[in-house]
Design a protein around this ligand. Structure first.
Ligand code: ZN
Ligand code: ZN
Length: 250
């Protein structure tokens, strides 16, 4: 069924429409063999709060963006190669229901569907696409994933020292290894996590100790401790105070 659609005019037309909705700022999405499997609005758990995002599942990529005008205009396009994706169901909790984690080496986050049926449809389709891709390429599923960030609202004090209270001045930071919300003094160090960035990234003291002694199973070797040590000055780190969250600007 999928292969038949791949060659159909209807598929090409649908992909064109998606491409046009993102406008010039989006990437070209039409490539031979690409099929649009499905689309819909999911609630993405962002750093500040859950937000509605439009998602498009293709047979090889997952695309999402902010909704400017429903079904007409989207922006802030993100493209995730499905080959690197692993998904995990999340238990319902309060208002956050029908959710699952989308985990990739560079970024991991939670999304929620409106109904349990939608959730299982999304999860089944994503899993099928990933399985098909991996069986075609002969690759093994990626087992290194970026931490899912704990939302800001879940921490009023630092999750490491349990002392520092967050205020507009004493800001929240995220450890790139464990995803905890931590204070500045508890996350002064940097460590090279090559799957996330070519530059050393912010990590909390707890993860730094684990990583630098090699106790962490998924530890990535860094060139040397002194390399990351030399970058730990809080003064040169103002630029990533926003934790590079792509959703923080809206
Ligand atoms: Zn702290
Ligand atoms: Zn950490």
């Amino acid at each position: 069924m999928v292969d038949r659609l791949a060659n159909s005019e209807a598929n090409t037309r649908r992909i064109n429409i998606v491409e046009n909705c993102f406008g010039a700022a989006g990437q070209p999405l039409t490539i031979p063999g690409r099929v649009l499997i499905g689309e819909g609005v999911l609630t993405k758990l962002c750093r500040k709060k859950p937000k509605a995002r439009q998602f498009f599942l293709f047979n090889d990529i997952l695309v999402y963006g902010n909704i400017v005008i429903q079904k007409k205009k989207y922006n802030k396009q993100h493209i995730i190669p499905l080959e690197n994706v692993t998904i995990d169901s999340i238990k319902d909790e309060g208002d956050l229901r029908n959710g699952w984690l989308i985990k990739t080496p560079t970024k991991s986050f939670a999304v929620y569907a409106a109904t349990a049926t939608e959730k299982s449809e999304w999860m089944n389709h994503i899993n099928k696409c990933v399985t098909d891709l991996l069986s075609k390429s002969g690759k093994t599923p990626s087992n290194e994933h970026a931490a899912v960030w704990v939302p800001d609202s879940e921490a009023t004090v630092c999750m490491r020292c349990q002392k520092a209270k967050f205020t507009p001045v004493n800001r929240r930071h995220h450890c790139r290894k464990c995803g905890f919300v931590v204070c500045g003094p508890c996350s002064e160090k940097r460590f090279l996590l090559p799957s996330q960035s070519s530059k050393p990234v912010r990590i909390c003291d707890f993860c730094y100790d684990l990583l630098s002694t090699g106790d962490m199973a998924t530890c990535q070797p860094t060139r040397s401790d002194s390399y990351s040590q030399s970058l730990k000055s809080p003064l040169n780190d103002v630029s990533d105070d926003d934790d590079d969250d792509d959703d923080s600007s809206d």
